[in-house]
Design a protein around this ligand. Structure first.
Ligand code: DGP
Length: 112
């Protein structure tokens, strides 16, 4: 499958890793929108939030447990935002489930 984040997960394309285990990978966004901008992905290919099912949702729970740890490790003690863009209206540009951790500065209150 020609998927950019599958290739990053497999180590075929380099990334700046922040956290890795057998199920997930966290790495720095190539185009950071905030001082700390990390992407967290499952290693298995799931296209997006719209492809999460009862069968594959365990990895999403695992991702969220690790997001809390990664944010602490990153020093985001004053808070941060977790975002997952979905599909065309959500402006998802990479069709592999990922969660953005955005922090390191005061974010604005606008969700869109
Ligand atoms: P989204 O637009 O929500 O699908 O976010 C995709 C993000 O992926 C975007 O913020 C830029 C990032 N990105 C795209 N290509 C690469 C890459 O090759 N390496 C890294 N580290 N990030 C990438």
């Amino acid at each position: 499958m020609d998927c950019l984040f599958c290739k990053i997960a497999a180590g075929e394309i380099p990334s700046t890793k922040v956290y890795e285990d057998d199920k997930i990978l966290a790495f720095r966004d190539i185009n950071p929108q905030t001082p700390s901008h990390i992407l967290v992905i499952p290693k298995e290919h799931i296209g997006g939030v719209d492809e999460v099912t009862e069968e594959n949702a365990a990895v999403v729970a695992h991702i969220f447990a690790k997001i809390a740890e990664i944010a602490k490790q990153e020093g985001l003690i004053d808070g941060y935002r977790v975002v997952s863009n979905v599909g065309e209206h959500g402006c998802q540009s990479v069709r592999h489930l990922h969660f953005h951790i955005l922090g390191g500065k005061q974010l604005n209150g606008s969700m869109v």
